[in-house]
Design a protein around this ligand. Sequence first.
Ligand SMILES: [Zn+2]
Length: 80
Amino acid sequence: MDIRKGDRLVMKKKHPCGANEMIVLRTGMDFKLRCAGCAREFMIPRSKAERSVKAVSRPDEGSEGSEGTEDTEGTEGGRS
Ligand SMILES: [Zn+2]
């Protein structure tokens, strides 16, 4: 499965907050995901991530490599 940073993943299971979409913050051996509902961030192993993803939606194909492509509900690094 082709999952990239900035993708929005539709998960098979809902997060406890009720959202079933996760935003990919980082890929690699582990994926770093942020819940689109509650903005919680967590790491899960790639194999587990791939099993739990139902669909990948990539709103903006063709802007690969740029930092600011993900939707910003709660900007990364904006914590005080
Ligand atoms: Zn959540």
